[in-house]
Design a binder for this molecule. Structure first.
Ligand code: PGH
Ligand code: CA
Ligand code: ZN
Length: 314
């Protein structure tokens, strides 16, 4: 199947009320493990790379890194039976966003969410103009990715989370294709101190006022059994907490169509790698000691595709 525009995948998800996980990669091992999982589930696939990943793959050079990922993902897509898109995650620097568009990414995120509303509108608008002219779709973000505790004041909450009325205006002004509204999640393995609490009231309003595909960042579930496995083999990850699977499904019911997933894959890979290094100290072929790590990643990928309703949607 072809290398596709992310918009094609997400417009279908929006119409049919499911979500597609977007998986972050830095290297070829994660890529292969993710594609295997998506093929086994006959699911559409969104691969995403951060600016850091592009820098890593280009050995410091963003243009080289962006070319590397496009060649990898586009070349591969043409040989497999599922549609695959490549997305720039959290584009903050003009240089990286332009590098991604030039190299042939399917979509880019312009993350100007730490700036005041007007500036976010201006910067997003500018990228939308450039990207759309090249046939590349655009994601933007409103609000800050930060856990919100129960004892936080209403004012503080308003300062951190998305303002739905602004979201409606933002989409109208920028003509952005997808929007990531901050509703209480955060990146990494330590998202919540107590219960996972997302502001579904805001999410529902944002969907009503925009109608476009919505993106949930910081959406990893941080499965306990994987953290435990990693810790049993020498890792030291304590107090980790993610977004439980049933909470993600609720988010999908309120209109989330793209679910960004990085941390879960990292923990899965780490757990598998630590176990195989421990179990086979005589092994020094990376293709062999990465095998179990990749299998763990594939399993997480399959679980999330099923959970979010993307299985069978290729
Ligand atoms: C993410 C990933 N990438 O943009 O939002 O979030 O750390 O929860 O996997 P996690
Ligand atoms: Ca942000
Ligand atoms: Zn993110």
């Amino acid at each position: 199947m072809p290398y596709v525009n992310t918009k094609e995948i997400l417009d279908k998800a929006n119409k049919e009320y499911f979500a597609v996980p977007a998986f972050n990669i830095n290297n070829i091992e994660f890529f292969h493990a993710i594609v295997d999982g998506a093929m086994e589930e006959s699911a559409p696939l969104i691969i995403e790379t951060s600016e850091g990943a592009i820098k890593y793959a280009g050995n410091g050079d963003p243009f080289r890194g962006a070319e590397f990922f496009v060649n990898l993902v586009r070349g591969y897509a043409e040989t497999v039976p599922i549609p695959i898109a490549l997305h720039l995650d959290h584009g903050k620097n003009y240089q990286f966003i332009i590098a991604a568009i030039k190299a042939g990414y399917s979509s880019v995120m312009i993350d100007a969410s730490e700036h005041p509303f007007e500036q976010n509108v201006q910067e997003t608008k500018e990228i939308v103009k450039i990207a759309h002219a090249a046939g590349v779709s655009v994601e933007a973000e409103l609000g800050r990715l930060k856990g919100v505790e129960d004892n936080v004041s209403v004012d503080e909450r308003d300062a951190i989370l998305v303002n739905p009325d602004e979201a409606g205006k933002f989409v109208e002004l920028t003509e952005v294709d997808f929007l990531a509204p901050a509703i209480g999640t955060s990146h990494g393995a330590f998202k919540f101190k107590g219960e996972a609490k997302l502001d579904f009231g805001r999410l529902k309003r944002v969907k009503e006022l925009t109608g476009i595909p919505l993106v949930l960042h910081g959406a990893s579930s941080v499965p306990e059994e994987l953290v435990e496995l990693a810790n049993n083999y020498g890792a030291r990850i304590t107090g980790a907490k993610g977004v439980p699977p049933e909470v993600l499904q609720e988010a999908v019911r309120y209109g989330v169509n793209k679910v960004n997933t990085d941390t879960d894959l990292r923990i899965a890979f780490l757990a598998g790698l630590r176990k195989s290094l421990h179990d086979k100290p005589e092994e020094f072929d990376p293709r062999k000691y990465f095998k179990l790590a990749k299998e763990h990643v594939t399993r997480v990928v399959r679980e999330r595709l099923k959970l979010l309703g993307a299985s069978g949607k290729a």
